[in-house]
Design a protein around this ligand. Structure first.
Ligand code: F6R
Length: 605
Protein backbone atom coordinates (compact mmCIF):
# COMPACT_ATOMS: atom_id res chain seq x y z
CA UNK A 1 0.00 0.00 0.00
CA UNK A 2 1.02 3.59 -0.51
CA UNK A 3 2.95 4.55 -3.60
CA UNK A 4 6.18 6.49 -3.56
CA UNK A 5 8.04 8.36 -6.26
CA UNK A 6 11.24 10.41 -6.47
CA UNK A 7 12.70 12.46 -9.31
CA UNK A 8 16.07 14.16 -9.70
CA UNK A 9 15.25 16.05 -12.86
CA UNK A 10 16.56 18.44 -15.43
CA UNK A 11 13.37 20.50 -15.29
CA UNK A 12 10.52 21.11 -12.88
CA UNK A 13 9.65 17.78 -11.25
CA UNK A 14 6.20 18.35 -9.70
CA UNK A 15 4.34 17.54 -12.97
CA UNK A 16 6.45 14.40 -13.46
CA UNK A 17 5.85 13.27 -9.88
CA UNK A 18 2.13 13.93 -10.17
CA UNK A 19 2.02 11.90 -13.36
CA UNK A 20 3.90 9.00 -11.78
CA UNK A 21 1.62 9.15 -8.73
CA UNK A 22 -1.37 8.76 -11.05
CA UNK A 23 0.03 5.40 -12.07
CA UNK A 24 0.53 4.48 -8.42
CA UNK A 25 -2.87 5.62 -7.23
CA UNK A 26 -3.99 1.98 -7.27
CA UNK A 27 -1.83 1.57 -4.16
CA UNK A 28 -3.91 3.99 -2.10
CA UNK A 29 -5.89 7.17 -2.47
CA UNK A 30 -6.57 8.51 1.03
CA UNK A 31 -4.26 11.49 0.52
CA UNK A 32 -1.31 12.57 -1.62
CA UNK A 33 1.62 14.94 -1.39
CA UNK A 34 4.84 16.17 -2.95
CA UNK A 35 7.98 17.76 -1.45
CA UNK A 36 10.64 19.52 -3.54
CA UNK A 37 13.84 21.41 -2.91
CA UNK A 38 13.95 24.71 -4.81
CA UNK A 39 16.84 27.17 -4.54
CA UNK A 40 17.96 25.15 -1.56
CA UNK A 41 14.60 25.42 0.19
CA UNK A 42 12.52 22.37 1.12
CA UNK A 43 8.78 22.82 0.63
CA UNK A 44 5.74 20.57 0.25
CA UNK A 45 2.07 20.43 -0.76
CA UNK A 46 -0.40 17.87 0.54
CA UNK A 47 -4.11 17.19 0.02
CA UNK A 48 -6.66 14.75 1.41
CA UNK A 49 -8.46 12.34 -0.92
CA UNK A 50 -7.64 11.45 -4.47
CA UNK A 51 -4.76 12.81 -6.47
CA UNK A 52 -7.02 15.24 -8.28
CA UNK A 53 -7.18 17.26 -5.04
CA UNK A 54 -3.39 17.54 -4.91
CA UNK A 55 -3.43 18.47 -8.57
CA UNK A 56 -5.90 21.30 -7.81
CA UNK A 57 -3.77 22.46 -4.88
CA UNK A 58 -0.72 22.65 -7.15
CA UNK A 59 -2.61 24.74 -9.71
CA UNK A 60 -3.32 27.39 -7.08
CA UNK A 61 -0.09 26.96 -5.21
CA UNK A 62 2.65 25.58 -7.49
CA UNK A 63 5.66 23.77 -6.11
CA UNK A 64 8.80 24.57 -8.08
CA UNK A 65 12.00 22.54 -7.88
CA UNK A 66 14.10 20.09 -9.86
CA UNK A 67 14.27 17.45 -7.14
CA UNK A 68 11.31 16.00 -5.31
CA UNK A 69 9.49 13.07 -3.78
CA UNK A 70 5.80 12.18 -3.90
CA UNK A 71 3.36 9.89 -2.14
CA UNK A 72 -0.13 8.48 -2.50
CA UNK A 73 -1.40 7.12 0.80
CA UNK A 74 -3.38 4.17 2.08
CA UNK A 75 -3.93 5.09 5.72
CA UNK A 76 -2.56 2.80 8.43
CA UNK A 77 -1.59 4.94 11.44
CA UNK A 78 -3.83 7.98 11.59
CA UNK A 79 -6.88 8.72 9.45
CA UNK A 80 -6.84 10.52 6.12
CA UNK A 81 -6.00 14.17 6.89
CA UNK A 82 -3.55 16.80 5.68
CA UNK A 83 -1.53 16.44 8.87
CA UNK A 84 -1.17 12.69 8.33
CA UNK A 85 -0.44 13.03 4.61
CA UNK A 86 3.10 12.42 3.33
CA UNK A 87 5.70 13.79 2.75
CA UNK A 88 6.36 14.23 6.46
CA UNK A 89 8.80 16.89 7.42
CA UNK A 90 10.86 17.79 10.46
CA UNK A 91 13.51 20.50 10.30
CA UNK A 92 15.64 20.00 7.21
CA UNK A 93 14.33 16.63 6.01
CA UNK A 94 11.17 15.29 4.34
CA UNK A 95 10.27 11.64 3.89
CA UNK A 96 7.75 9.50 2.01
CA UNK A 97 7.10 6.00 3.30
CA UNK A 98 5.33 2.83 2.24
CA UNK A 99 5.01 0.21 5.00
CA UNK A 100 4.71 0.18 8.77
CA UNK A 101 7.31 1.13 11.37
CA UNK A 102 6.57 -1.38 14.10
CA UNK A 103 8.64 0.25 16.85
CA UNK A 104 7.23 3.71 16.20
CA UNK A 105 5.63 4.00 19.66
CA UNK A 106 8.92 3.50 21.46
CA UNK A 107 10.69 5.87 19.06
CA UNK A 108 7.98 8.48 19.45
CA UNK A 109 8.19 8.35 23.23
CA UNK A 110 11.96 8.63 23.10
CA UNK A 111 11.89 11.55 20.69
CA UNK A 112 9.10 13.34 22.55
CA UNK A 113 11.07 13.03 25.78
CA UNK A 114 13.94 14.72 23.95
CA UNK A 115 11.72 17.61 22.93
CA UNK A 116 10.52 16.61 19.46
CA UNK A 117 7.09 17.97 18.60
CA UNK A 118 4.97 15.65 16.49
CA UNK A 119 2.38 17.08 14.14
CA UNK A 120 0.78 13.85 12.89
CA UNK A 121 -0.46 10.52 14.21
CA UNK A 122 1.65 8.55 11.76
CA UNK A 123 4.41 6.04 12.33
CA UNK A 124 6.30 7.73 9.49
CA UNK A 125 6.85 10.96 11.35
CA UNK A 126 9.22 9.17 13.74
CA UNK A 127 11.57 8.66 10.74
CA UNK A 128 11.80 12.36 9.91
CA UNK A 129 12.05 13.34 13.57
CA UNK A 130 14.90 10.86 14.08
CA UNK A 131 16.71 11.95 10.93
CA UNK A 132 16.25 15.60 11.84
CA UNK A 133 17.69 14.95 15.28
CA UNK A 134 20.78 13.32 13.72
CA UNK A 135 21.18 16.25 11.33
CA UNK A 136 21.02 18.62 14.28
CA UNK A 137 23.79 16.60 15.90
CA UNK A 138 26.01 17.46 12.92
CA UNK A 139 25.65 14.37 10.77
CA UNK A 140 25.55 14.70 6.98
CA UNK A 141 22.25 13.81 5.27
CA UNK A 142 23.64 10.39 4.26
CA UNK A 143 24.89 9.67 7.79
CA UNK A 144 21.65 10.89 9.34
CA UNK A 145 19.41 8.83 7.04
CA UNK A 146 21.58 5.76 7.54
CA UNK A 147 21.54 6.19 11.33
CA UNK A 148 17.75 6.57 11.27
CA UNK A 149 17.34 3.47 9.10
CA UNK A 150 19.28 1.42 11.61
CA UNK A 151 16.76 2.31 14.31
CA UNK A 152 13.69 1.21 12.34
CA UNK A 153 11.84 -2.08 12.77
CA UNK A 154 9.11 -3.18 10.41
CA UNK A 155 8.54 -2.84 6.70
CA UNK A 156 9.38 0.11 4.57
CA UNK A 157 10.24 1.67 1.28
CA UNK A 158 11.48 5.19 1.96
CA UNK A 159 12.70 8.26 0.14
CA UNK A 160 14.35 11.27 1.80
CA UNK A 161 15.03 14.79 0.49
CA UNK A 162 16.90 17.49 2.38
CA UNK A 163 16.88 21.23 2.69
CA UNK A 164 19.90 22.63 0.81
CA UNK A 165 20.44 19.43 -1.22
CA UNK A 166 19.31 19.72 -4.81
CA UNK A 167 21.22 16.74 -6.16
CA UNK A 168 20.33 14.13 -3.57
CA UNK A 169 17.59 11.62 -2.79
CA UNK A 170 18.26 8.81 -0.34
CA UNK A 171 16.07 5.75 -0.57
CA UNK A 172 15.82 2.42 1.24
CA UNK A 173 13.91 -0.80 0.95
CA UNK A 174 13.03 -3.36 3.60
CA UNK A 175 9.88 -5.41 3.12
CA UNK A 176 8.26 -3.03 0.62
CA UNK A 177 9.17 -2.82 -3.06
CA UNK A 178 11.26 -0.04 -4.57
CA UNK A 179 13.02 0.44 -7.88
CA UNK A 180 15.39 3.00 -9.33
CA UNK A 181 14.96 4.39 -12.84
CA UNK A 182 17.88 5.64 -14.95
CA UNK A 183 17.42 8.62 -17.26
CA UNK A 184 19.70 10.89 -19.30
CA UNK A 185 21.14 13.13 -16.60
CA UNK A 186 18.06 12.38 -14.50
CA UNK A 187 17.34 9.69 -11.90
CA UNK A 188 14.03 8.38 -10.65
CA UNK A 189 12.63 6.03 -8.07
CA UNK A 190 9.25 4.45 -7.63
CA UNK A 191 7.29 1.74 -5.88
CA UNK A 192 7.11 -0.06 -9.20
CA UNK A 193 8.38 0.23 -12.74
CA UNK A 194 4.92 1.18 -14.04
CA UNK A 195 5.18 4.45 -12.12
CA UNK A 196 8.32 5.33 -14.06
CA UNK A 197 7.19 4.02 -17.46
CA UNK A 198 6.76 7.47 -19.01
CA UNK A 199 10.22 8.57 -17.86
CA UNK A 200 12.46 5.56 -18.45
CA UNK A 201 12.60 1.91 -19.42
CA UNK A 202 15.89 1.30 -17.56
CA UNK A 203 15.15 -0.06 -14.10
CA UNK A 204 17.19 -1.38 -11.18
CA UNK A 205 15.21 -3.27 -8.54
CA UNK A 206 16.51 -2.80 -5.01
CA UNK A 207 16.96 -5.99 -3.00
CA UNK A 208 15.73 -6.55 0.52
CA UNK A 209 17.73 -4.39 2.95
CA UNK A 210 19.28 -2.19 0.23
CA UNK A 211 19.59 1.55 0.51
CA UNK A 212 20.85 3.98 -2.09
CA UNK A 213 22.19 7.47 -2.64
CA UNK A 214 20.80 8.99 -5.82
CA UNK A 215 22.22 11.96 -7.66
CA UNK A 216 21.75 13.02 -11.28
CA UNK A 217 25.01 11.23 -12.07
CA UNK A 218 23.65 7.84 -10.95
CA UNK A 219 22.94 5.63 -7.97
CA UNK A 220 25.25 4.24 -5.31
CA UNK A 221 23.57 1.17 -3.86
CA UNK A 222 24.48 -0.40 -0.51
CA UNK A 223 23.33 -3.70 0.97
CA UNK A 224 22.01 -4.12 4.49
CA UNK A 225 25.59 -4.37 5.79
CA UNK A 226 26.47 -1.05 4.15
CA UNK A 227 28.67 -2.67 1.51
CA UNK A 228 28.43 -0.90 -1.81
CA UNK A 229 26.89 -3.32 -4.25
CA UNK A 230 25.90 -3.57 -7.88
CA UNK A 231 22.33 -4.47 -8.79
CA UNK A 232 21.52 -5.29 -12.39
CA UNK A 233 19.76 -2.81 -14.62
CA UNK A 234 16.94 -4.32 -16.66
CA UNK A 235 14.92 -2.90 -19.52
CA UNK A 236 11.19 -3.02 -19.08
CA UNK A 237 8.71 -3.03 -21.90
CA UNK A 238 7.24 0.43 -21.44
CA UNK A 239 4.40 -0.34 -23.82
CA UNK A 240 3.10 -3.09 -21.56
CA UNK A 241 3.85 -0.95 -18.52
CA UNK A 242 1.85 1.97 -19.86
CA UNK A 243 -1.70 1.91 -18.65
CA UNK A 244 -4.83 3.54 -19.96
CA UNK A 245 -8.50 2.62 -20.13
CA UNK A 246 -8.40 2.10 -23.91
CA UNK A 247 -11.79 3.72 -24.35
CA UNK A 248 -13.49 1.83 -21.52
CA UNK A 249 -15.31 3.66 -18.76
CA UNK A 250 -13.29 1.92 -16.05
CA UNK A 251 -10.10 -0.07 -15.77
CA UNK A 252 -12.21 -2.92 -14.41
CA UNK A 253 -14.33 -2.92 -17.60
CA UNK A 254 -11.21 -2.90 -19.75
CA UNK A 255 -9.61 -5.69 -17.74
CA UNK A 256 -12.72 -7.88 -17.90
CA UNK A 257 -12.91 -7.35 -21.66
CA UNK A 258 -9.24 -8.27 -22.06
CA UNK A 259 -9.73 -11.76 -20.63
CA UNK A 260 -10.12 -13.74 -23.87
CA UNK A 261 -6.93 -12.17 -25.29
CA UNK A 262 -5.03 -12.60 -22.02
CA UNK A 263 -6.00 -16.27 -21.72
CA UNK A 264 -5.05 -16.93 -25.31
CA UNK A 265 -1.67 -15.25 -24.99
CA UNK A 266 -0.82 -17.03 -21.72
CA UNK A 267 -1.86 -20.37 -23.18
CA UNK A 268 0.50 -19.73 -26.06
CA UNK A 269 3.24 -19.18 -23.55
CA UNK A 270 2.69 -22.45 -21.67
CA UNK A 271 1.45 -24.73 -24.44
CA UNK A 272 1.83 -24.44 -28.19
CA UNK A 273 -1.39 -24.50 -30.20
CA UNK A 274 -0.63 -27.70 -32.07
CA UNK A 275 0.94 -30.32 -29.86
CA UNK A 276 0.04 -31.90 -26.54
CA UNK A 277 2.94 -30.51 -24.63
CA UNK A 278 3.12 -28.14 -21.72
CA UNK A 279 6.12 -25.83 -21.59
CA UNK A 280 7.23 -25.48 -17.99
CA UNK A 281 10.73 -25.22 -16.53
CA UNK A 282 12.28 -28.69 -16.08
CA UNK A 283 12.61 -28.13 -12.37
CA UNK A 284 8.81 -28.13 -12.03
CA UNK A 285 8.37 -31.80 -11.30
CA UNK A 286 5.64 -33.27 -9.12
CA UNK A 287 6.92 -36.89 -9.20
CA UNK A 288 8.19 -37.03 -5.66
CA UNK A 289 5.89 -34.43 -4.16
CA UNK A 290 3.59 -35.89 -1.52
CA UNK A 291 1.73 -32.72 -0.57
CA UNK A 292 1.12 -29.38 -2.18
CA UNK A 293 0.75 -26.41 0.13
CA UNK A 294 -1.05 -23.48 -1.46
CA UNK A 295 -1.13 -20.08 0.16
CA UNK A 296 -2.58 -16.75 -0.99
CA UNK A 297 -4.95 -13.93 -0.01
CA UNK A 298 -8.33 -12.74 -1.24
CA UNK A 299 -9.18 -13.49 -4.84
CA UNK A 300 -5.86 -15.29 -5.34
CA UNK A 301 -6.85 -17.56 -2.45
CA UNK A 302 -10.11 -18.42 -4.18
CA UNK A 303 -8.10 -19.31 -7.29
CA UNK A 304 -6.12 -21.71 -5.10
CA UNK A 305 -9.36 -23.11 -3.72
CA UNK A 306 -10.53 -23.98 -7.23
CA UNK A 307 -7.10 -25.43 -8.03
CA UNK A 308 -7.29 -27.72 -5.00
CA UNK A 309 -10.15 -29.58 -6.71
CA UNK A 310 -8.05 -29.85 -9.87
CA UNK A 311 -4.89 -31.11 -8.17
CA UNK A 312 -6.90 -33.72 -6.28
CA UNK A 313 -9.01 -34.81 -9.24
CA UNK A 314 -6.48 -34.73 -12.07
CA UNK A 315 -3.24 -35.42 -10.18
CA UNK A 316 -4.29 -37.33 -7.06
CA UNK A 317 -2.16 -34.89 -5.11
CA UNK A 318 -3.00 -33.98 -1.51
CA UNK A 319 -3.42 -30.24 -1.18
CA UNK A 320 -3.31 -28.09 1.89
CA UNK A 321 -4.70 -24.64 1.48
CA UNK A 322 -4.53 -21.58 3.68
CA UNK A 323 -4.98 -17.84 3.77
CA UNK A 324 -1.50 -16.31 4.08
CA UNK A 325 -2.30 -14.19 7.15
CA UNK A 326 -3.45 -17.32 9.01
CA UNK A 327 -0.84 -19.73 7.68
CA UNK A 328 2.14 -17.71 8.84
CA UNK A 329 0.96 -17.55 12.44
CA UNK A 330 0.12 -21.20 12.95
CA UNK A 331 2.62 -24.02 13.11
CA UNK A 332 2.03 -25.79 9.80
CA UNK A 333 3.59 -29.22 9.60
CA UNK A 334 6.03 -29.03 6.70
CA UNK A 335 8.30 -31.66 5.20
CA UNK A 336 11.04 -32.17 2.60
CA UNK A 337 8.68 -33.82 0.13
CA UNK A 338 6.19 -30.95 0.22
CA UNK A 339 5.97 -28.38 -2.51
CA UNK A 340 4.71 -24.88 -1.68
CA UNK A 341 2.83 -22.76 -4.18
CA UNK A 342 2.08 -19.06 -3.67
CA UNK A 343 -0.38 -17.17 -5.83
CA UNK A 344 -0.37 -13.39 -6.04
CA UNK A 345 -1.29 -10.88 -8.71
CA UNK A 346 0.99 -8.15 -7.37
CA UNK A 347 3.66 -10.49 -6.03
CA UNK A 348 4.07 -8.04 -3.16
CA UNK A 349 1.30 -9.02 -0.73
CA UNK A 350 3.02 -8.81 2.64
CA UNK A 351 1.30 -11.83 4.21
CA UNK A 352 1.90 -14.05 1.19
CA UNK A 353 5.54 -13.02 1.04
CA UNK A 354 6.00 -13.66 4.75
CA UNK A 355 4.38 -17.10 4.40
CA UNK A 356 6.77 -17.88 1.53
CA UNK A 357 9.75 -16.92 3.66
CA UNK A 358 8.38 -19.05 6.47
CA UNK A 359 8.11 -22.26 4.42
CA UNK A 360 11.21 -21.79 2.31
CA UNK A 361 13.69 -23.69 4.54
CA UNK A 362 11.29 -26.59 5.17
CA UNK A 363 9.98 -27.67 1.77
CA UNK A 364 11.42 -29.20 -1.38
CA UNK A 365 10.48 -26.38 -3.69
CA UNK A 366 8.77 -22.99 -3.71
CA UNK A 367 6.70 -22.12 -6.75
CA UNK A 368 4.75 -18.96 -7.38
CA UNK A 369 2.08 -17.89 -9.82
CA UNK A 370 2.34 -14.12 -10.21
CA UNK A 371 1.39 -11.33 -12.57
CA UNK A 372 4.43 -9.17 -11.89
CA UNK A 373 7.55 -11.19 -12.76
CA UNK A 374 9.88 -8.67 -11.11
CA UNK A 375 7.96 -8.78 -7.83
CA UNK A 376 9.39 -9.91 -4.48
CA UNK A 377 7.34 -13.13 -4.43
CA UNK A 378 8.54 -14.02 -7.93
CA UNK A 379 12.14 -13.25 -7.10
CA UNK A 380 12.11 -15.23 -3.88
CA UNK A 381 10.56 -18.35 -5.43
CA UNK A 382 12.53 -21.25 -6.90
CA UNK A 383 10.29 -21.03 -9.94
CA UNK A 384 7.95 -18.14 -10.74
CA UNK A 385 5.26 -18.77 -13.34
CA UNK A 386 3.91 -15.51 -14.76
CA UNK A 387 0.24 -15.33 -15.69
CA UNK A 388 0.94 -12.78 -18.46
CA UNK A 389 -2.18 -10.76 -17.72
CA UNK A 390 -0.54 -7.32 -18.13
CA UNK A 391 -0.97 -4.53 -15.58
CA UNK A 392 -4.17 -4.88 -13.55
CA UNK A 393 -5.17 -1.45 -12.27
CA UNK A 394 -8.80 -1.86 -11.16
CA UNK A 395 -8.70 -2.67 -7.46
CA UNK A 396 -11.08 -5.59 -7.96
CA UNK A 397 -9.07 -8.39 -9.48
CA UNK A 398 -10.64 -9.80 -12.67
CA UNK A 399 -8.33 -10.82 -15.48
CA UNK A 400 -5.66 -11.83 -12.97
CA UNK A 401 -8.12 -14.30 -11.39
CA UNK A 402 -8.99 -16.06 -14.63
CA UNK A 403 -5.35 -16.01 -15.75
CA UNK A 404 -4.24 -17.44 -12.38
CA UNK A 405 -6.82 -20.19 -12.77
CA UNK A 406 -5.55 -21.02 -16.23
CA UNK A 407 -1.93 -21.35 -15.07
CA UNK A 408 -3.03 -23.41 -12.05
CA UNK A 409 -5.04 -25.67 -14.35
CA UNK A 410 -1.95 -26.19 -16.52
CA UNK A 411 0.09 -26.99 -13.41
CA UNK A 412 -2.53 -29.50 -12.22
CA UNK A 413 -2.36 -31.28 -15.57
CA UNK A 414 1.42 -31.32 -15.39
CA UNK A 415 1.19 -32.79 -11.90
CA UNK A 416 -1.23 -35.44 -13.20
CA UNK A 417 1.25 -36.45 -15.91
CA UNK A 418 4.31 -36.39 -13.66
CA UNK A 419 2.59 -38.58 -11.11
CA UNK A 420 1.25 -41.03 -13.70
CA UNK A 421 -2.26 -40.22 -12.48
CA UNK A 422 -3.58 -38.79 -15.72
CA UNK A 423 -3.50 -40.84 -18.93
CA UNK A 424 -2.00 -39.28 -22.03
CA UNK A 425 -5.51 -39.20 -23.58
CA UNK A 426 -7.08 -37.44 -20.61
CA UNK A 427 -4.20 -35.01 -20.51
CA UNK A 428 -4.63 -34.20 -24.21
CA UNK A 429 -8.40 -33.85 -23.82
CA UNK A 430 -8.09 -31.46 -20.86
CA UNK A 431 -5.43 -29.41 -22.63
CA UNK A 432 -7.71 -29.15 -25.67
CA UNK A 433 -10.48 -27.92 -23.36
CA UNK A 434 -8.18 -25.25 -21.96
CA UNK A 435 -7.52 -24.05 -25.50
CA UNK A 436 -11.24 -23.38 -25.97
CA UNK A 437 -11.31 -21.00 -23.00
CA UNK A 438 -10.92 -17.66 -24.82
CA UNK A 439 -13.98 -18.41 -26.98
CA UNK A 440 -16.14 -19.43 -24.01
CA UNK A 441 -15.02 -16.47 -21.92
CA UNK A 442 -15.90 -14.18 -24.84
CA UNK A 443 -19.37 -15.78 -24.98
CA UNK A 444 -19.80 -15.24 -21.24
CA UNK A 445 -18.81 -11.58 -21.68
CA UNK A 446 -21.55 -11.32 -24.31
CA UNK A 447 -24.14 -11.73 -21.53
CA UNK A 448 -23.21 -8.28 -20.23
CA UNK A 449 -26.37 -6.45 -21.27
CA UNK A 450 -28.57 -9.09 -19.62
CA UNK A 451 -26.47 -8.91 -16.45
CA UNK A 452 -26.65 -5.11 -16.49
CA UNK A 453 -30.44 -5.29 -16.44
CA UNK A 454 -30.55 -7.91 -13.68
CA UNK A 455 -28.14 -5.92 -11.56
CA UNK A 456 -30.55 -3.02 -11.31
CA UNK A 457 -32.62 -5.01 -8.81
CA UNK A 458 -29.54 -6.30 -7.02
CA UNK A 459 -28.39 -2.73 -6.46
CA UNK A 460 -31.41 -2.25 -4.15
CA UNK A 461 -30.46 -5.19 -1.93
CA UNK A 462 -28.92 -4.81 1.49
CA UNK A 463 -27.49 -8.33 1.53
CA UNK A 464 -26.84 -10.93 -1.15
CA UNK A 465 -26.11 -14.62 -0.77
CA UNK A 466 -24.02 -16.62 -3.25
CA UNK A 467 -24.20 -20.42 -3.42
CA UNK A 468 -22.19 -23.08 -5.21
CA UNK A 469 -20.91 -26.62 -4.81
CA UNK A 470 -17.55 -28.15 -5.70
CA UNK A 471 -15.50 -25.81 -7.87
CA UNK A 472 -18.48 -23.46 -7.93
CA UNK A 473 -18.15 -22.85 -4.18
CA UNK A 474 -14.95 -20.80 -4.55
CA UNK A 475 -16.69 -19.05 -7.44
CA UNK A 476 -19.52 -18.13 -5.08
CA UNK A 477 -16.91 -16.79 -2.65
CA UNK A 478 -15.30 -14.77 -5.43
CA UNK A 479 -18.71 -13.41 -6.53
CA UNK A 480 -19.47 -12.29 -2.98
CA UNK A 481 -16.04 -10.68 -2.56
CA UNK A 482 -16.34 -8.77 -5.84
CA UNK A 483 -19.80 -7.50 -4.92
CA UNK A 484 -18.74 -6.42 -1.42
CA UNK A 485 -15.64 -4.60 -2.47
CA UNK A 486 -17.02 -2.46 -5.26
CA UNK A 487 -20.75 -2.06 -4.51
CA UNK A 488 -20.47 -2.08 -0.67
CA UNK A 489 -23.42 -4.47 -0.48
CA UNK A 490 -22.99 -7.07 2.20
CA UNK A 491 -22.57 -10.41 0.49
CA UNK A 492 -21.81 -13.88 1.75
CA UNK A 493 -21.05 -17.14 0.04
CA UNK A 494 -21.88 -20.63 1.21
CA UNK A 495 -21.22 -24.09 -0.06
CA UNK A 496 -24.78 -24.87 -1.13
CA UNK A 497 -24.99 -27.98 1.04
CA UNK A 498 -23.98 -26.02 4.12
CA UNK A 499 -26.92 -23.64 3.86
CA UNK A 500 -29.27 -25.74 5.97
CA UNK A 501 -26.77 -25.77 8.82
CA UNK A 502 -27.51 -22.18 9.72
CA UNK A 503 -27.58 -19.51 7.03
CA UNK A 504 -30.94 -20.66 5.68
CA UNK A 505 -32.38 -18.67 8.58
CA UNK A 506 -31.47 -15.53 6.62
CA UNK A 507 -33.72 -16.36 3.67
CA UNK A 508 -36.69 -14.06 3.23
CA UNK A 509 -38.37 -12.27 0.34
CA UNK A 510 -35.74 -9.51 0.36
CA UNK A 511 -32.62 -11.63 0.08
CA UNK A 512 -31.32 -12.20 -3.45
CA UNK A 513 -29.61 -15.59 -3.72
CA UNK A 514 -27.25 -16.14 -6.65
CA UNK A 515 -26.64 -19.78 -7.48
CA UNK A 516 -23.74 -20.97 -9.66
CA UNK A 517 -24.76 -24.37 -11.02
CA UNK A 518 -23.54 -25.60 -14.39
CA UNK A 519 -25.06 -28.90 -15.46
CA UNK A 520 -22.38 -31.11 -13.90
CA UNK A 521 -22.22 -34.07 -11.53
CA UNK A 522 -23.28 -31.89 -8.59
CA UNK A 523 -26.06 -30.08 -10.42
CA UNK A 524 -28.99 -32.01 -8.86
CA UNK A 525 -27.63 -31.50 -5.36
CA UNK A 526 -27.17 -27.76 -5.87
CA UNK A 527 -30.64 -27.45 -7.37
CA UNK A 528 -32.14 -29.20 -4.33
CA UNK A 529 -30.51 -26.57 -2.14
CA UNK A 530 -31.82 -23.86 -4.46
CA UNK A 531 -35.32 -25.34 -4.08
CA UNK A 532 -34.96 -25.10 -0.31
CA UNK A 533 -34.29 -21.39 -0.75
CA UNK A 534 -37.23 -20.91 -3.14
CA UNK A 535 -39.54 -22.77 -0.78
CA UNK A 536 -38.80 -19.96 1.68
CA UNK A 537 -39.50 -17.21 -0.87
CA UNK A 538 -35.84 -16.48 -1.49
CA UNK A 539 -35.28 -14.51 -4.72
CA UNK A 540 -33.05 -16.80 -6.74
CA UNK A 541 -30.85 -15.96 -9.73
CA UNK A 542 -29.67 -19.22 -11.26
CA UNK A 543 -26.54 -19.09 -13.41
CA UNK A 544 -26.33 -22.24 -15.45
CA UNK A 545 -26.10 -23.57 -19.00
CA UNK A 546 -28.96 -24.44 -21.38
CA UNK A 547 -29.41 -27.95 -20.00
CA UNK A 548 -29.22 -26.80 -16.40
CA UNK A 549 -31.79 -24.03 -16.90
CA UNK A 550 -34.12 -26.46 -18.66
CA UNK A 551 -33.80 -29.02 -15.86
CA UNK A 552 -34.14 -26.49 -13.05
CA UNK A 553 -37.71 -25.56 -14.01
CA UNK A 554 -39.26 -22.34 -12.85
CA UNK A 555 -36.71 -20.00 -11.28
CA UNK A 556 -37.36 -16.26 -10.81
CA UNK A 557 -34.17 -15.07 -12.52
CA UNK A 558 -31.99 -17.03 -14.92
CA UNK A 559 -28.75 -16.36 -16.69
CA UNK A 560 -27.62 -18.68 -19.43
CA UNK A 561 -23.93 -19.45 -19.75
CA UNK A 562 -22.38 -21.34 -22.63
CA UNK A 563 -22.21 -25.11 -22.19
CA UNK A 564 -18.61 -25.73 -21.18
CA UNK A 565 -16.53 -28.75 -20.13
CA UNK A 566 -16.49 -29.23 -16.33
CA UNK A 567 -12.74 -28.68 -16.15
CA UNK A 568 -12.84 -25.09 -17.40
CA UNK A 569 -16.28 -24.13 -16.06
CA UNK A 570 -14.93 -22.20 -13.02
CA UNK A 571 -12.92 -19.94 -15.32
CA UNK A 572 -15.93 -19.20 -17.53
CA UNK A 573 -18.28 -18.70 -14.56
CA UNK A 574 -15.90 -16.09 -13.11
CA UNK A 575 -17.16 -13.72 -15.80
CA UNK A 576 -20.78 -13.38 -14.55
CA UNK A 577 -19.42 -13.06 -11.00
CA UNK A 578 -17.37 -10.07 -12.15
CA UNK A 579 -20.06 -8.51 -14.34
CA UNK A 580 -22.72 -8.75 -11.62
CA UNK A 581 -20.48 -6.86 -9.21
CA UNK A 582 -19.48 -4.30 -11.84
CA UNK A 583 -23.01 -3.46 -12.95
CA UNK A 584 -24.44 -3.48 -9.45
CA UNK A 585 -21.72 -1.00 -8.46
CA UNK A 586 -22.51 1.17 -11.49
CA UNK A 587 -26.18 1.23 -10.54
CA UNK A 588 -25.20 2.31 -7.05
CA UNK A 589 -22.78 4.95 -8.32
CA UNK A 590 -19.79 3.73 -6.33
CA UNK A 591 -16.19 4.19 -7.39
CA UNK A 592 -15.56 0.97 -9.27
CA UNK A 593 -11.82 1.26 -9.85
CA UNK A 594 -10.94 2.79 -6.51
CA UNK A 595 -13.46 1.53 -3.95
CA UNK A 596 -13.29 3.05 -0.50
CA UNK A 597 -10.77 1.78 2.04
CA UNK A 598 -9.04 -0.53 -0.42
CA UNK A 599 -5.73 -0.55 -2.23
CA UNK A 600 -4.49 -2.80 -4.99
CA UNK A 601 -1.21 -3.86 -3.50
CA UNK A 602 -1.42 -4.92 0.13
CA UNK A 603 2.11 -4.51 1.40
CA UNK A 604 1.21 -4.25 5.08
CA UNK A 605 0.16 -7.07 7.38
C1 F6R B 1 -10.02 -8.72 -4.69
C2 F6R B 1 -8.59 -8.56 -4.67
C3 F6R B 1 -7.84 -8.95 -3.46
C4 F6R B 1 -6.49 -9.59 -3.84
C5 F6R B 1 -5.66 -9.84 -2.58
C6 F6R B 1 -4.34 -10.52 -2.92
O1 F6R B 1 -10.60 -8.31 -5.88
O2 F6R B 1 -8.01 -8.08 -5.62
O3 F6R B 1 -8.58 -9.81 -2.64
O4 F6R B 1 -6.73 -10.77 -4.53
O5 F6R B 1 -5.40 -8.63 -1.94
O6 F6R B 1 -3.57 -9.72 -3.75
P1 F6R B 1 -2.41 -10.34 -4.61
O7 F6R B 1 -3.02 -11.25 -5.60
O8 F6R B 1 -1.74 -9.15 -5.24
O9 F6R B 1 -1.51 -11.07 -3.65
Amino acid sequence: MCGIVGVLGDHEVSPLILDALKRLEYRGYDSAGIATVNHGKLDRRRAVGKLINLSDTLVHDPLPGRVGIGHTRWATHGGPSVANAHPHRAGRVAVVHNGIIENFRALREELTAQGAEFSSETDTETIVQLTSQYLEQGMTPVQAARAALKRLEGAFALAFVFDGEEDLIICARRGSPLCIGHGEGEMYLGSDAIALADMTDRITYLEEGDWAILSRAGAQIFDENDHQTARPMTRINVETARVDKAGHRHFMAKEMAEQPAVLKAAMGFYAGQEDNRIELPDSVDFKSVDRLIMVACGTAFYACQVAKYWFEKYAGLAVELDIASEFRYRDPVLGPSNMALFVSQSGETADTLAALRHVRPHVAQVLSVVNVPSSSIARESDVALPIHAGPEIGVASTKAFTAQLQVLAILALKAGLDRGFLSAESFAARLAELRTLPGFVAQALDREEEIRRMSEALAQARDVLFLGRGVMYPLALEGALKLKEISYIHAEAYAAGELKHGPIALIDTDLPVIVFAPYDALFDKTISNMQEVMARQGKVLLISDAKGLAEAGDVPFRLQMPTVPDFIAPIVYAVPAQLIAYHTALHRGTDVDQPRNLAKSVTVE
